[in-house]
Design a protein around this ligand. Structure first.
Ligand SMILES: Nc1ncnc2c1ncn2[C@@H]1O[C@H](COP(=O)(O)OP(=O)(O)OP(=O)(O)O)[C@@H](O)[C@H]1O
Ligand SMILES: [Mg+2]
Length: 199
């Protein structure tokens, strides 16, 4: 039986003069894919910003329970360590850096505080193949298309789970890339479950 992986309970978030979220609760079971839908200003970004620690514990009311434990994230780093990763509407890739440099920005492959470029490029090339692309990891981000940038952005994030939200400005190719990756993960999850159950 699937277990609950994430619960956000009774989340309320106030900004000066605005109640962005009013007692919102969300429950996600392992292996599920959800869509968070709402009109402009409904509070989608705010909810995801709370989940990822952009709005840290103490700035909202309610509880986040991830993998059975209450989480009190102080920053994005805290949530990423747990494997919660947000792919934002706006790209945050640096055009003049390579695919590999972008992929491991903030999560550098390093030995004794020195970047291990061989490992960086080997790991990046492996990831690039996994999402069905063929570029070399040393290629600059500015030289690849928006749809492909999107795939690289997904790979930049190493978490086991990612929660995506999008607005009307969303690029269609990008949207498809994300669903392709989610779909791969979904299939992998159910394949593993099936293997476990039939063992
Ligand atoms: N930093 C902020 N300061 C003040 N008010 C804010 C802030 N961020 C969001 N809000 C308000 O909180 C409410 C929810 O906004 P939010 O950005 O979460 O909505 P959304 O569902 O993501 O909208 P969109 O579809 O436009 O991205 C809105 O009324 C918005 O004006
Ligand atoms: Mg938003």
């Amino acid at each position: 039986m699937a277990s609950t992986i994430l619960e956000m309970q009774n989340i309320t978030k106030l900004f000066p003069g605005v109640k962005a979220l009013d007692n919102v609760s969300v429950k996600v079971e392992e292996g599920e894919i959800h869509d968070l839908v709402g009109e402009n200003g409904a509070g989608k970004s705010t909810l995801m910003n709370i989940l990822s620690g952009i709005y840290p514990y103490g700035t909202y009311e309610g509880k986040i329970i991830f993998q059975g434990k209450e989480c009190r994230f102080k920053s994005i780093r805290d949530s990423e360590r747990k494997g919660i990763v947000i792919i934002h509407q706006e790209f945050a890739l640096i055009p003049l850096l390579s695919i590999a440099e972008n992929m491991y920005l903030g999560n550098e492959r390093a030995k004794s505080k020195v970047i291990d470029w061989n490992r960086t490029h080997n790991d990046a090339n492996e990831n690039i193949k996994k999402v069905g692309l063929s570029e070399d990891s040393s290629m600059l981000i500015k030289d690849i298309s928006v749809g492909k940038q999107c795939k690289h952005k997904c790979k930049k994030r190493r978490g086991s789970w990612f929660f995506r939200y999008h607005g009307s400005r969303e690029d269609r190719v990008c949207h498809e890339c994300i669903w392709q990756i989610l779909w791969q993960r979904y299939n992998r999850y159910y394949h593993k479950r099936w293997q476990r159950n039939s063992a």
